[in-house]
Design a protein around this ligand. Structure first.
Ligand code: NOJ
Length: 766
């Protein structure tokens, strides 16, 4: 791994000044700040610290959720004893809170407003796992830049994204928020999102501060149960789980969120090794660390801190600069006493303040604390943002099956089309898990998108067929604006299923929309089964039994058990939660106005019993039985990592490695030809995988080391190029306790997924 750290701030800023100013001019905005250099920031912060009381210094380290009016918050702001608020999204309210902080407090220090802008603010983009499936970092960057523009227009300065947790267990509900199982793809997505949110430098107009989360190891929650402990080997921690975080730091991320769970028995929020030695020491991270919500207080729940005063001391000591909490923080209640008793020093408090205040200076908050409410309304209404969301959804969809080339559908080929399934006309379930500020009425469902597409050319009829109800109420039910409908009676359930099957039987084609409701993925939304929920499987079989052509569209945030569908339904399109424009995107894809080019960012298991399953595993005893490790099911996935079909076809040939042998530190150049052998323009994602055949530790059978999404016209051929140098060939050796690049023989494959067969090899010598 390239461990050369970039510094946030002046140097980076100056390089980009010219282009940034051009963007500013183009957008008609005043620059949010005169780009300050490190020295100027430091000077300003020191001048403030010189004048701050201890209460004010401690106050900056607290962040509170705010859902409604609160006298306690107003008072704290007027006293200059609160650093940040989260969950306020109305620009008028943000301005009025900011006014208290800036105009009533002694030192006029502005607040920084945070919010979970995860996949869009007003315009909702596909969920992060979907955007990762695009394998298109520039598109992802552009999507998050739009999210940043919308959020910053209302006065939000800071997003709690990107979430860069590697997840190899789809039972974990938060797999939807990340880029899947792979450190290379995850790193590319992490860096792209940081650049999209923050722009060219921290404080770029129309951008926000990014926050990489959840540092670190949250994705390995035992049993896929959200918040449960993670036990991660040293090898996996360095080579897999930490890599996307390091990539985010390299991309200049300005803040990090400490995770909830225990990492190898030490809570991440009290983990000095993680937050201090690795993050600030090894990686030279220059931003500030915020805890996840209530995670400081939870140090007591973990059995790590004796009580709340102890929790505050341990978290600050570990390197948590700001505490995020509901109601009140352990910091505000306990740090003053901890100083008196000598458990923490004023210097420690000031160090945390320096990081937070420095970021407020860089963001230009002192010069421009307020937003233009009228402009916000215009930004949020932008039609270009909706178009970008549709394109993102088109590029994120993955075509899993297309027997007999059922897709794309001919526009006049089917007079009667049945649209069936509980998600087909559900706006909220089209959006995905982290949408709070969308305009729901403008969300285009699959049914609406199909209506827009076929117009009067076909007769479209709809039946939900089944309902999906949950066993336990959602812990976030109070945040949801839609009330769950009353569950169907048995009689109703039977009738609705029959109605849907009859509709399918009397139509020329059925588009079946199945998957999971919005609340089945995300925080506190883990599942022990990957089965299609409720009676969806019965509906699927009943519709297939009509013998009419069926297209299955999946809306979901995790791979599901679709073994039956994968054998019996000719066409399957994984659309994830596609966002505001989802229906239009899916209609374009089904009718060929867009061509699927997405690829799976996760290995797709056959069922939950195979989990965890990932392509980059080691080979061990009895490799010939590697895919047959179970008595009752294959141990191979249903679909491999990197997989996805197109309406066109591609061939790979001529893999060439620049030399047969290299010395450590040299770079192998690899080329391969990709040809679109089909009749129309389409995208392919050439991927390069390597395998180190032997070394100081066993190495995974394959590891992704590069990819590129390309568009090829019919019969066009292109040579793709990948470099394999120290960055790609080195790894953390648990045997040597070091990053190593070892003399060894390497396999290399280039192809369309992690089972690519076009092979080459080379040797690395001392
Ligand atoms: C808890 C979640 O774990 C985190 O991802 C989120 O950013 C915070 N709550 C704030 O909403």
């Amino acid at each position: 791994m390239n461990r050369k750290s970039k510094r946030i701030g002046a140097r980076q800023a100056l390089i980009c000044t010219l282009s940034a100013l051009m963007t500013v001019v183009a957008s008609g905005q005043t620059p949010s700040a005169v780009l300050p250099d490190d020295k100027a920031v430091e000077k300003r912060v020191n001048a403030l610290l010189d004048r701050m009381t201890l209460e004010e210094k401690i106050g900056q380290l607290s962040q509170l959720f705010l859902f409604g009016p609160s006298k306690q918050v107003d008072d704290a702001l007027a006293k200059g004893q609160l650093g940040s608020l989260l969950f306020v999204t109305d620009p008028a309210r943000i301005n009025s809170l900011q006014r208290i902080a800036v105009e009533k407090s002694r030192l006029h220090i502005p607040l920084i407003f945070g919010f979970d802008v995860i996949h869009g603010f007003r315009t909702i983009f596909p969920v992060p796992i979907a955007m990762a499936a695009s394998w298109d970092p520039p598109m992802v960057s552009a999507a998050q830049a739009i999210a940043a523009k919308e959020a910053s227009s209302v006065g939000i300065n800071w997003t709690f994204a990107p979430m860069v947790d590697i997840a190899r267990d789809p039972r974990w509900g938060r797999i939807v928020e990340g880029a899947g199982e792979d450190p290379w793809l995850g790193s590319a997505m992490a860096a792209a999102q940081v650049r999209g949110f923050q722009g060219e430098y921290i404080g770029s107009p129309d951008h926000v501060l990014a926050c990489m989360k959840h540092f670190a190891g949250y994705g390995a929650a035992e049993g896929g149960r959200d918040y449960d402990a993670s036990n991660i080997s040293e090898t996996l921690l360095w080579n897999v789980y930490l890599r996307p975080f390091h990539a985010a730091v390299e991309a200049g991320v300005g803040s990090a969120m400490s995770a909830y769970m225990d990492l190898n028995d030490v809570p991440a929020t009290g983990n000095r090794w993680l937050l201090h030695d690795v993050l600030r020491g090894d990686w030279r991270f220059q931003g500030f660390v915020v805890s996840d919500a209530n995670a400081v207080k939870s140090l007591v729940v973990h059995g790590f801190a004796k009580d709340l005063p102890d929790a505050a001391v341990l978290a600050l000591d570990a390197g948590v600069d700001m505490e995020m909490a509901i109601g009140t923080t352990a910091y505000s209640q306990n740090l003053a006493a901890a100083i008196s008793s000598g458990k923490v020093t004023v210097q420690q408090i000031e160090e945390a303040d320096r990081a937070i205040l420095g970021m407020k200076v860089r963001l230009g908050l002192f010069e421009h604390p307020y937003v233009d409410e009228a402009r916000a309304a215009r930004v949020l209404a932008s039609p270009e943002h909706r178009t970008a969301a549709r394109v993102a959804a088109e590029r994120s969809a993955v075509l899993l099956r297309n027997e007999g080339r059922l897709l794309p559908l001919g526009k006049t080929a089917y007079a009667k089309i049945a649209v069936v399934g509980p998600l087909a006309d559900s706006q909220v379930d089209t959006l995905g898990s982290w949408a709070f500020n969308e305009d729901l009425t403008e969300t285009v469902t699959v049914l609406a998108g199909l209506r827009n597409k076929v117009g009067s050319q076909a007769q479209l009829t709809f039946a939900p067929g089944v309902e999906i109800s949950r066993k336990f109420p959602s812990p976030f039910a109070q945040l949801s604006r839609s009330k769950p409908p009353a569950p169907w009676t048995l009689e109703q359930a039977k009738n609705e299923l029959r109605k849907a099957a009859d509709l399918a039987g009397s139509s020329d084609l059925t588009i079946l929309v199945l998957g999971e409701t919005q609340q089945m993925s995300g925080e506190s939304a883990s599942r022990e089964s990957l089965a299609l929920p409720g009676n969806e499987e019965r509906l699927l079989e009943a519709v297939a039994a009509t013998g009419k052509p069926v297209v299955l569209v999946l809306l979901n945030g995790r791979p599901l058990d679709i073994r039956w569908a994968a054998q019996h339904i000719p066409a399957i399109l994984e659309a994830w939660y596609p966002g505001t424009q989802g229906g239009n995107a899916i209609a374009n894809l089904l009718f060929g106005d867009a061509v699927p080019g997405g690829k799976l960012p996760v290995t797709w298991p056959r069922d939950a019993g195979q989990v965890p399953i990932y392509y980059a595993h080691n080979t061990t005893q009895g490799p010939e039985s590697q895919g047959k490790r179970y008595w009752d099911e294959e141990s191979t996935p249903l679909y491999p990592f990197g997989y996805g079909l197109s309406y066109s076809t591609f061939t790979f040939s001529n893999l060439h490695v620049s030399q047969p042998q290299f010395r450590i530190g040299q770079t192998a150049e690899v080329t391969a030809d990709v040809e679109n052998t089909g009749p129309s323009t389409a995208d392919e994602v050439p991927q390069i995988y390597i395998h180190q055949q032997y070394g100081s530790t066993s190495r995974p059978v394959r590891e992704l080391k590069g990819f590129e999404r390309i568009t090829l016209a019919a019969h066009e051929k292109k040579t793709v190029h990948f470099s394999l140098g120290s960055n790609e060939l080195s790894y953390w050796s648990a045997a040597k306790k070091a990053w190593v690049e070892e003399p060894a023989r390497f396999d290399v494959w280039v192809g369309a997924d992690s089972q690519a067969t076009l092979h080459g090899s080379f040797t690395i010598t001392q």
